[in-house]
Design a protein around this ligand. Sequence first.
Ligand code: FES
Length: 90
Amino acid sequence: MIKENLFLCMGSACHQLGVYEVLPKLQSLIRDCELEDTIELKGSFCLETCSHGIVMKFHDTFVTNVSAQNVEAKFRQEILPAIQNSRAKV
Ligand code: FES
């Protein structure tokens, strides 16, 4: 199966906001949801939404204002449905 990319911005603004605390949480969420075979987590250059906090992106879905505290909720509410939608289309 071809993996789909989930991007986490590693640009300087997101870096300053603490993306390195978000990263391990996102990695364990992907493991917990058993998505390791479907989703490839990738660091990305600036996604150009710097004024909206840390951002992750899956296809056309941008999730902004991510923090270590809210990453789980945002992942489950916004990223997971997008992943399921995209798999339904395959
Ligand atoms: S540095 Fe992350 S959106 Fe610009």
